[in-house]
Structure formats: structure tokens, C-alpha cells
Design a binder for this molecule. Structure first.
Ligand SMILES: CC(C)(COP(=O)(O)OP(=O)(O)OC[C@H]1O[C@@H](n2cnc3c(N)ncnc32)[C@H](O)[C@@H]1O)[C@@H](O)C(=O)NCCC(=O)NCCS
Ligand SMILES: Nc1ncnc2c1ncn2[C@@H]1O[C@H](COP(=O)(O)OP(=O)(O)OP(=O)(O)O)[C@@H](O)[C@H]1O
Length: 391
């Protein structure tokens, strides 16, 4: 299979037309056609956008990897500083040390400046620093030295310029993970990804609050989708071309109107899911990368459609949160002030409890009388999953 044929297959698997893809990528339909017939090749940005749109990894898009080969990232959460010492890290650090020693001696002898030697000591200590608090102290040392350098520069000192350059450089490197990654100063941060799924009103959000209390980040796919619904005109256009006019008086997409159309019609719901998933998965992957770059050790993805989406393959563990339908109807009516009829239509449109429990590695059954009791159970489960990942 050629690269173009693979692109075409992935697009068709998603049920998208060339026109849909062209709109999403802001290119012409002819361009998509050329890519799919191997007459032209997409650039790097378009490759990334295509991977996001089709919900596959770049490797799979480029056919470097078989579909099932997406390996979940397995790691243990830790309180340690996220820096990793790769051989390249030691190389670049040694080079910086050598440069700083030379510049430090030069500025001390000629200008009597001690800022560079101080920041040099801080940097050497930094080689052995493993804890975030000390890392923050180091950043402060570099920042103070850089400010002193800036002041001296304003006073016309050449040493000030060198000082600013060296310490400013350190700060830039410290604060820019992409630079450190490019020079292989840090390895990708290990990150545990938990997938939380289950029907409406079961208690997923309640469980997620506990994950946040454990220091984890949460990606709520409902919220991601709602943001996109407001900001992504391609998504709005695709929804209206599929389901007709959907705007309310303010011009925004009226979700309740859309819900009334799709919740009673499985075919329409399926169509909506494909459109929504395309946009939501791409944004969720971006958020995961942002958290990885920030060094987050634990991230939970909350998605009703997790098991049908490529996101499930990225999870180290999946948890189904379930509760009896009548209880869920009461909960969502109380939470959102919606009618019983609309609440039931939403509940009935969703997959069965078995679907979620069989698809996930763990199950939380939320029939507790109090939300707090359920929150405790959720916390215990998450802690035990994390323990398993540490071993
Ligand atoms: C169906 C829509 C119009 C209903 O809007 P509404 O304001 O009533 O619900 P809201 O968006 O706040 O979602 C509340 C809950 O409804 C349920 N729900 C949402 N979408 C779906 C769906 N496609 N299938 C089954 N249940 C759904 C979920 O349990 C969700 O937590 C809207 O949710 C939508 O467009 N959904 C499709 C996007 C989607 O799949 N979202 C989930 C992201 S993983
Ligand atoms: N055991 C419980 N007892 C009483 N109320 C609960 C319990 N568990 C959750 N709730 C409440 O029920 C409502 C629904 O829970 P939650 O928002 O966590 O569900 P969800 O699975 O995230 O739903 P959705 O998918 O619709 O967002 C919330 O208002 C929550 O406080």
C-alpha cells in the first residue's frame, strides 16, 4: 500500500469526505486528492493535522507502525524533579560549564564581576538536583544574576552583557522544554494516563476530583468538546451541514436542540459521534502533549466515548464508573435542571453498563448514599492502580 492509499483508507475509516478534510486543514480538495494519489506530499504541519484528524499516530499515518502497535506509556508517578540525565544532557552541560568557566575567569579578572561564577556554581549544583524546590532556588539564582547583568549592561559594562547572555540563556533553556527536548537534554517525561468512562450521571466527575487532589491533571472531553463547539468554525459548519440549522438567538450552536435530534436516532447519534470525535481527539492529544511537556506525572481523560476512540489505546488503565439508570436520571436532573424526559432520552441513548465494565480494566460502582463515600472509594482505587504502576 502506498502512502496515498493509506491516507485514503484512514479518511474513509473516519467516514470523512475529501471536502471535509480539506475544510479542516484549510487546503483545497484538489490538494487532498493529490496527496491520496501520491502526486504530492503533505508538509510536516499538515501531517500532524492529518494524524490528529484521523486519530492515529504519526507513525501509523506514515505506515511506520502497524495499527495495533500504539504502546501505552507505562510509568510510576513520582515526586521527583522531572529532569532526566541523558548522555546529551551531560555533554551540553559540560560544554556550558567549560564556557562559563572561561567567561567567569575573564569577567572576574577584567571587571571584578562575580555573577557568572555564582551562576556557574548554581549550575553545577543543578547537575545533581532532583527535587522541584531546589530547582526553583536555582532558577531564582539565574534570574538574579541575569537582572544584575542587565543593570550592569545599562551602566555600560561589557561583563554585564556577557552575564545577561549566559544567565538569560540558562533561564531560556530551563523554561523551554522544547529547546531541552531538541537538544535531548531531557527525555520525554513519563506520564501515567488513566481513562475514565461511564454513562451520564454515574459519578465520573466526582472520581476525577479525587485524581486532581492526588496531583493529577484532568482532561474533560465534554468540556474540550464544548470549547471547540464555541470556537471551531469548521466543526460548527460540519454539524450544520449534517443536521441542519442549529443556532440559538446568540448565534451559538444550541446543544439541547442537537441533543433532541440525535438522542432518539441511533444513526444520527453515530454521525454526530464521528464528527465530534475527530475534533475532540485531536485537541485531547494536544492537551496530553502539553501536560507531558509540563512534566505532569498523572493525567486522567474523562470521555463518554473513550472506548470507541483511539484515546483508549493511550491509557495505562481504564476505569468504568457506573450506577443504576434511575439514580443517574435523578442526579443529572438535579445537577442541570433538565426535564425528566430529556434526562431519560440522554440515558437511553447511551451504551449499557456491561459495555463499559467489559471494556475497562477496573469498575467503580457508584450506588453509595453519599457522593463523599463514593469519592473515598474512587481515591482508594486510583491509589492502588498507581501502586501497581510503581512496581
Ligand atoms: C448530544 C449533545 C448535543 C447533547 O448536549 P447536552 O448539552 O445535552 O449534553 P452535554 O454536551 O453537556 O453532555 C452531557 C452528557 O451527555 C452525554 N453525551 C454527550 N454526547 C453524547 C453522545 N454522543 N452519546 C451519548 N451520550 C452523550 C454524556 O454523558 C455527557 O457527559 C452534545 O453532548 C454533543 O454534541 N455530543 C457529541 C459530542 C460527544 O460525543 N461528546 C463527548 C465527548 S467525549
Ligand atoms: N453517591 C452519590 N450520591 C449522591 N450524589 C452523587 C453521588 N455521586 C455523584 N453524585 C452527584 O451526582 C451528579 C452526577 O455526578 P457526576 O457529575 O460526577 O457524574 P458524571 O459521570 O461526571 O456525569 P456526566 O457524564 O453527565 O458529566 C453530581 O451532581 C454529583 O455530585
Amino acid at each position: 500500500m502506498t502512502f496515498g492509499e493509506n491516507l485514503q483508507r484512514l479518511r474513509k475509516e473516519k467516514g470523512l469526505s475529501q471536502e471535509d478534510v480539506a475544510q479542516a486543514l484549510f487546503v483545497s480538495r484538489q490538494t487532498i486528492s493529490k496527496w491520496e494519489t501520491d502526486k504530492a506530499e503533505p508538509g510536516v504541519d499538515n501531517l500532524k493535522a492529518l494524524a490528529g484528524l484521523y486519530g492515529v499516530s504519526l507513525d501509523r499515518l506514515m505506515m511506520w507502525e502497524k495499527p495495533q502497535a500504539v504502546q501505552p506509556v507505562r510509568s510510576a508517578p513520582s515526586q521527583r524533579c522531572v529532569r532526566e540525565r541523558s548522555p546529551a544532557y551531560l555533554f551540553w552541560t559540560a560544554l556550558l560549564v567549560a564556557m562559563t568557566v572561561a567567561v567567569g575567569i575573564f569577567t572576574m579578572e577584567n571587571y571584578g564581576s562575580v555573577s557568572i561564577p555564582i551562576s556557574l556554581i548554581a549550575m553545577v549544583v543543578g547537575l545533581w538536583v532532583r527535587y522541584p524546590a531546589m530547582w526553583i532556588v536555582l532558577q531564582c539564582v539565574f534570574a538574579v544574576c541575569a537582572v544584575l547583568g542587565g543593570v550592569n549592561l545599562l551602566l555600560g559594562s561589557f561583563a554585564g552583557a556577557l552575564n545577561l547572555l549566559i544567565n538569560g540563556g540558562y533561564i531560556l533553556v530551563l523554561y523551554t522544554p522544547s529547546i531541552r527536548r531538541r537538544f535531548r537534554v531531557i527525555k520525554d517525561t513519563p506520564m501515567t494516563i488513566l481513562g475514565i468512562t461511564g454513562p451520564t450521571g454515574a459519578g465520573k466527575t466526582t472520581a476525577l476530583r479525587e485524581i486532581e487532589k492526588l496531583g493529577g491533571a484532568v482532561i474533560d472531553c465534554d468540556a474540550v468538546y464544548h470549547d471547540l463547539l464555541e470556537s471551531d468554525i469548521t466543526l460548527q459548519g460540519m454539524l450544520e451541514s449534517a443536521f441542519g440549522p442549529l443556532r440559538d438567538e446568540s448565534g451559538a450552536i444550541d446543544r439541547k436542540k442537537l441533543g433532541t435530534i440525535v438522542f432518539g436516532d441511533p444513526e444520527k447519534l453515530e454521525k454526530l459521534n464521528t464528527i465530534a470525535q475527530t475534533a475532540t481527539v485531536k485537541r485531547t492529544q494536544e492537551l496530553l502533549e502539553e501536560y507531558r511537556a509540563k512534566g505532569k506525572n498523572l493525567v486522567a481523560i474523562d470521555a463518554i466515548a473513550l472506548l470507541e476512540s483511539p484515546l483508549a489505546q493511550l491509557c495505562d488503565a481504564t476505569i468504568a464508573v457506573i450506577a443504576p439508570p434511575e439514580v443517574r436520571v435523578q442526579r443529572i436532573m438535579a445537577r442541570e435542571g433538565i426535564s425528566e424526559e430529556y434526562a431519560w432520552s440522554r440515558v437511553k441513548a447511551q451504551k449499557s453498563e456491561d459495555y463499559f465494565t467489559q471494556g475497562c480494566g477496573y469498575t467503580l460502582y457508584n450506588d453509595c448514599a453519599q457522593a463523599e463515600e463514593f469519592a473515598r472509594q474512587a481515591r482508594t482505587l486510583v491509589e492502588s492502580i498507581l501502586q501497581e504502576h510503581i512496581q
